[in-house]
Design a binder for this molecule. Structure first.
Ligand SMILES: NC(=O)c1ccc[n+]([C@@H]2O[C@H](COP(=O)([O-])OP(=O)(O)OC[C@H]3O[C@@H](n4cnc5c(N)ncnc54)[C@H](O)[C@@H]3O)[C@@H](O)[C@H]2O)c1
Length: 264
């Protein structure tokens, strides 16, 4: 396969990031797996045949420049996937301040810094930035309000920056519904967030998300939601949240039923 340039995946040691990194390797990219867990990043890189695994905390602006330099050692930068994220669940009034801060710093500031580093590192051929946002960006998600707000900001940012950049630099936001990863597993079994995440039916697999993420590369699509029908529903609830969220009990019931089913 003809080499396609280098690609960076933040938070790439596990979950969706690992699946995206693996898919990019299969497509011929020289992939740099970056993660706050440096040992896991190096292990993943070795297991999937990536070019390098490096320790990076996306909250630190300078770390993105260092990761970009690592990618440029292997080939011109072609793809940057802002995937690192945390899923602290809980109502805004109940979340510890540190958890609120972490959500904003990792899920929003981490993407902002990553985008700036990628835009600075792309050569004359340009490239693609893929931001892993979330279905929660499209409407109200009680129990996951701060997380959803960071993801809505990522979608907004992606749309605006995609117009600011030259034509050969494409910016995409991928908005998956619930995905079967440690992020969802770590949510409280008794909270609203986990039940709502499960209310759309079977969780997506990281591989399904990876296929969609890599499919965006080179395309003019800015926002892609997985599955589309859930984003239509979410957008509808965001128009009249107080009215449409009266149906929340139904979603919670469906989600809890699904959670019980997956455990038995
Ligand atoms: N799982 C879902 O249901 C779901 C749905 C939609 C969107 N997403 C988004 O997909 C992305 C990946 O989530 P996931 O489900 O694979 O989660 P995950 O917890 O399995 O993986 C997240 C990875 O990010 C890394 N990370 C956390 N903080 C970091 C930091 N400060 N710097 C660098 N790396 C850091 C973790 O070490 C981990 O390897 C996140 O942005 C998440 O919000 C997840």
């Amino acid at each position: 396969m003809e080499p396609r340039g280098s690609a960076v995946v933040t938070g790439g040691a596990g979950g969706i990031g690992r699946a995206v990194a693996e898919h990019l390797v299969r497509h011929g990219y020289h992939v740099v797996v970056a993660d706050v867990d440096g040992d896991a990043a190096r292990r993943t890189a070795e297991e999937i045949g990536a070019a390098a695994g490096v320790c990076q905390d996306v909250r630190e602006e300078d770390s993105h420049r260092v990761v970009a330099e690592e990618a440029l050692k292997h080939a011109p930068l072609a793809v940057w996937v802002n995937n690192a994220g945390v899923g602290n669940d809980g109502a805004l009034g109940d979340l510890p301040s540190a958890a609120v801060e972490q959500l904003v710093q990792v899920n929003l500031m981490g993407v902002l810094w990553g985008m700036r580093a990628a835009l600075a590192a792309f050569g004359p051929a340009g490239g693609d930035v893929v931001n892993i946002a979330s279905m929660s960006a499209h409407g109200p998600v009680p129990g996951l309000s701060t997380y959803a707000a960071t993801k809505a900001a990522v979608v907004s940012l992606s749309s605006s920056v995609s117009v600011e950049t030259p034509k050969n630099v494409r910016v995409h936001a991928l908005c998956p519904d619930g995905v079967d990863t440690p992020l969802v597993e770590a949510m409280s079994d008794h909270g609203r967030a986990k039940a709502l995440v499960h209310s759309g039916g079977a969780l997506l697999t990281p591989e399904e998300v990876a296929v969609a993420a890599v499919g965006l590369i080179g395309s003019s699509r800015i926002v892609l939601s997985l599955p589309t029908w859930r984003s239509v529903l979410m957008r509808f609830t965001s128009v009249t949240p107080s009215v449409s969220m009266r149906g929340e009990r139904l979603f919670l019931w469906a989600g809890r039923r699904r959670m019980r089913g997956t455990r038995s």
